[in-house]
Design a protein around this ligand. Sequence first.
Ligand SMILES: Cc1cc2nc3c(=O)[nH]c(=O)nc-3n(C[C@H](O)[C@H](O)[C@H](O)COP(=O)(O)OP(=O)(O)OC[C@H]3O[C@@H](n4cnc5c(N)ncnc54)[C@H](O)[C@@H]3O)c2cc1C
Length: 436
Amino acid sequence: MDVVVLGGGVIGTTTAYYLAQRGAKVTVIDRQPGPAMETSFANAGQVSPGYSTPWAAPGIPLKALKWLFQAHAPLRIRPDGSLYQWQWLAAMLANCTQARYVQNKARMMRLAEYSRDCLRELRSGVDLRYEHRTGGTLQLFRSAAQLDAAERDVAVLAELGVAHQLLTRTQLTQHEPALARSAVPLAGGLRLPNDETGDCFLFTQQLAAAARELGVRFRFNARIDRLETRGEQLTGVIVDGERIATTQCVLALGSYSRPMLQALGLDLPVYPVKGYSLTVPLTRPEAAPVSTVLDETFKVALTRFDQRLRVGGMAELAGFDLALRESRRATLEKVVKDLFPEAGDLSAATFWTGLRPLTPDGTPVVGPTRYQGLWLNTGHGTLGWTMACGSGRVLADQVCGLAPDIDTEGLALARYARPARSASRPQLGMARRRQA
Ligand SMILES: Cc1cc2nc3c(=O)[nH]c(=O)nc-3n(C[C@H](O)[C@H](O)[C@H](O)COP(=O)(O)OP(=O)(O)OC[C@H]3O[C@@H](n4cnc5c(N)ncnc54)[C@H](O)[C@@H]3O)c2cc1C
């Protein structure tokens, strides 16, 4: 079977690898000169099924209001001039009920836990070197109130069978010794020992090389203009004005997936949520974290690579804006100075921004569409690195007519379908035709 994969980020590349492993003849197309050059380039490095939680959660609307008035707030909204931005926000807020939160989190955890297991299996068969560590992750609380609030998360983790440890202030340094040098008082933490860390860019580059060995062809520096259909069948892709005939295609264009599908009347509710990262060269490795530390106050994650510290976080709803804002760099630097003040050379750090393809319910869109042969693997938002291997494998199984290892309930675009004669579901109001 011939399959064209659109997008060579971490999602497209994992999909291509698993498709080739199942015997498909795969071509990956991307506008960049190599794999993982856009959102998968410099993310925060966490492979964290334990934190696989939708943004849309009870209590978020109130928190978001407070953040609007804080200097180092994790969230910013800058009107992008579109009605869609507000419709997407409204759909996100509609998912903040307890019932939807539980449903969305369960879907995300199902995929994320499977994905971590797929990553481990992949690593045992392919020599992948991406500065990974298996030391778990640590959510850090600066205040007693945050520690108390974590009790609710602990109850959810226990219910879902996720291994975890609630740590007192004095226990923090048993796992992250460099926190003894912290410049601010700390209250405690929540450790998830089964989480992993690693550089998503290095992983994707290396997996692309392994995919090439399985016969995958990568076509870089190629702009995908549009998809071509006849009736309800996919028939081709137009790339740099040239038609490529295909009847099987996986769309993995990250934040750019929505505009590509709009021309076909498919309403994919993905919004580009901007984040920032700093990559800091280490000068004193013993003063740096050994794994990931997530500062709950600023929602900033600090991940240890071999000789670098990756510091990532923040969310801006500002459309397809890739400007590097110095105020955001100041927030990332503040967190480093607070927690690991002696670790690295901030003046030599690299500042980066990327657009997370986020759905209003936090769950990615993995599965078929109503067009025969057009498959989606996109909308992974804050957790694309965490969910990449599982999503790629589930979709490759579906394309090849195999039964996926996990239940695919609630993963496909069909979950946004407008139910006949019902106004009870949140809709983005953009869809004119029945989805999927
Ligand atoms: C600051 C930050 C921190 C993050 N931290 C984490 C983390 O710790 N853990 C985690 O799990 N996730 C994290 N994420 C999220 C994760 O990085 C994303 O979910 C993931 O990279 C999305 O991968 P993707 O392949 O879908 O998108 P991308 O990597 O953006 O890939 C899409 C590809 O499509 C190509 N493309 C788009 N349009 C066209 C076109 N018209 N023609 C040709 N090519 C096209 C692009 O060139 C790109 O290569 C973070 C994100 C950010 C921004």
